[in-house]
Design a protein around this ligand. Structure first.
Ligand code: BG6
Ligand code: MG
Length: 217
């Protein structure tokens, strides 16, 4: 397989916002008298805001209006935390990799389920590296559906079969495969083991190494 474009998930791949999502959901849960642990938070990785709320509510019934208000409240707590981010919040190896991809002249895009992707990119000061940013506002169907990845392939003008997805969530790897793309998974195998290649993180890995590995597939 020839890689012509890298499609990067954002949260958990280039920066670790999962702690900020956790703090914001936990604040909401406490206000609502719901127990929400760090372990519970793991199931929310890569999952949309709406689906995250459903998981947090653990079967508790709320009206549509209440659900919307809770999502807005959580988001305001989250945005408050994101505003304090700086380029120091880039994960090790992330900047090196996107710089290398640009030097190689390949396309690269952000494909995130988050509606806050642009804000996070601004805080990290890396928006200029990407040929397209597809986020939670781009499609009604989020990961594990393939829609966001297919939109990204179209936006950068590369066939899905030549796109390599970089993901830290199971739902993201599933979405990549559903889009006819191969994936580099970051994190434990229990989570991203379905990806064709798995690294603990981007640290100490180069884009060239990834390109060479996938040429053999
Ligand atoms: C994903 C995160 O990128 O975006 C999830 O991994 C998050 O944890 C989802 O719930 C939606 O994000 P937001 O910012 O639109 O609430
Ligand atoms: Mg992620």
């Amino acid at each position: 397989m020839i890689i012509k474009a890298f499609l990067f998930d954002l949260d958990g791949v280039l920066t670790d916002t999962s702690e900020l999502h956790f703090l914001a959901w936990k604040r909401l849960a406490e206000e609502e008298g719901i127990l929400f642990t760090r372990e519970d938070n793991e199931a929310l990785r890569g999952v949309s805001r709406r689906e995250s709320l459903n998981l947090l509510l653990k079967g508790r019934q709320v009206s549509e209006e209440q659900a919307r208000e809770m999502m807005e409240r959580k988001n305001s707590y989250y945005v408050e935390l994101v505003r304090q981010m700086t380029p120091a919040n880039l994960l090790p190896g992330a900047l090196e990799m996107i710089e290398e991809i640009r030097r190689l002249g390949l396309k690269q895009a952000i494909v995130s389920s988050s509606k806050n992707a642009w804000l996070v990119l601004e805080r990290l000061q890396i928006g200029e590296f990407f040929d397209a940013v597809i986020d939670g506002n781009s499609s009604a169907r989020s990961k594990p559906y393939p829609d966001l990845f297919l939109l990204a392939a179209q936006a950068v003008g590369v066939n899905p079969g030549n796109c390599l997805v970089v993901e830290d969530a199971q739902a993201g790897v599933e979405a990549a495969h559903a889009a006819g793309m191969k994936a580099l998974g970051l994190g434990p195998r229990e989570r991203v083991g379905a990806a064709e290649l798995v690294f603990p993180s981007l640290e100490s890995h180069s884009a060239n190494e990834v390109i060479t590995f996938f040429e053999g597939l």
